[in-house]
Design a protein around this ligand. Sequence first.
Ligand code: AMP
Length: 594
Amino acid sequence: MEPAMYKGSCCDIISWFEDISENASCVQMQTLRRILQLNFAVEYLKKWIGEVNFEDMEDSALESLYTSLVPLASHADFEPYVQRIADGEKAPLITQEPISTLSLSSGTTDGRQKYVPFTCHSSKTTLQLFKLAAAYRSRIYPIKEGGRILEFIYSSKQFKTKGGITVGTATTHYYASEEFKIKQRQTKSYICSPEEVISSGDYKQTTYCHLLLGLYLYDQVEFIASTFAFSIIQSFVSFEEFWEEICNDIRDGTLSSKITIPSVRKAVLDIISVPNPCLAKRVQSKCVELEEKDWLGLIPKLWPNAKYVYSIMTGSMQPYLTKLRHYAGDLPLVSADYGSTESWIGVNVDPCCPPEKVSFAVVPTFSYFEFIPLNRSENEVIGNSAIDDFLEDDPVPLSQVKIGQQYEIVLTTFTGLYRYRLGDVVEVVGFHRNTPKLNFICRRKLILTVNIDKNTENDLQLVVEKGSQILRKSRAELVDFTSHAEVGKNPGHYIIYWEIKGEVEERVLEECCREMDASFVDHGYVVSRRTNSIGPLELCIVEKGTFRKIMENFIANGAALSQFKTPRCTTNQVLLTILNFWTIKRFRSTAYGP
Ligand code: AMP
């Protein structure tokens, strides 16, 4: 089942994937069998499976036995085991092989960073997925062998637990792994920045160096990339501020005093120390032109050989698409693949599909996947504390999913998670051969709820998109947003925080506020607003730079910029204090009367 990973060409890996997609259902059962063969004796599984011998069992009998004996679980169920691993316990708790590394999930989706087991399997599947995605991309957008990627990637700090286990984000472990180097060699594309830059631990210095080196090597750059689109945006927003300094460095072969970390200085100066006044002049004149046009088409103008921009642009990254298109001009945006710290899930096999429509074909060897059918419970109110907006059916295996149905994903991984609810909602939109293609819908957790109202991240995103259309008419742009359900006062109400760029009249912002209040279509919300059991929506405009402060707060607490996602709703007191402190204007909606 393994592809010819270390010597294979694009064709090999694509035909491997075509083959396992054709036999997806069978491959899934073999994947489950393999996971159980490796780990049947671990403490967690013994608790549920006991001494059952499944070696001679048929695949389908094994599958139904497994799902009948092992319960669905959440991160909290694995936490005590993971904690024991972190404390240094060597016994086989969730995997037979000892776990020596733990990943920190970004924590920006539910506000709390989680420890997730990381093994060599994690780096191998990452390599496999990146090679597979690169192979599909190169069929549509071929790139020059030996070219460069201007990739905005950032490692977080790694640390050791008291039990000697290395902890860091999954991307950090991957960038430090041999697989990261193998991927560059095998896809024959190399990043512009040396390892010292990626792992500097200071995102501002890393961003500066990525941009400087990207420009220094501009004619070799074949595409621009990052893990999540947010990092590309934040890099170019910074570029608008310090491009002149970069030009000086290129011209003189020097490095700005901004860069203070000796190892980074040395690594960068080793590359750029020959003065290049000709290139500096070129960059300078292009930047002067770009500045006049508000940096429209920055990427193709500065990197004329770039073929596309590649990054995760779906889910909570979708609101950045307008800005990304602004920078990318007519270059295609290729939406990157779907995964989590827990496991990779799907690959984008249609790179020319616009990000709004992209779907991900499940890779059936990565984990054993189950799907909990979710149905919207339009008018149903469960008690008064609505936890969720969905009615669940029993989980189904990959072979039984249906087009048009939404599901929550459940993972059984090679890294010791068994029937683990990931908390993502996806919709099956088709099949690639026999493996489902998934649209990412949202995190399952409700983010806005005061009483009987239920709104997800996706609902909020649609509402904010409507409000910001009005903003765009007055030539201003939404930089970032978040929200909070204020339940401390009676009646409770929603607060949406906006950071905007450009000047906007107050009456326009009042209209944006009204439009957003009127655009929440959830029945519970509409009814509650009509009866004033939810008060008028409040729009708070925050000072420029507030969302950068929020990101810095996450980074100071151990998150890596590569995995950062602005929380779309928050109850975190520190964030709320930042947001409220920097609020400069407040509006209350009149959508349901004055
Ligand atoms: P992390 O917590 O850093 O492991 O982030 C994983 C989460 O990011 C997933 O569970 C999804 O909610 C989200 N995510 C990952 N890939 C994508 C994608 N391609 N589109 C939308 N959301 C994604």
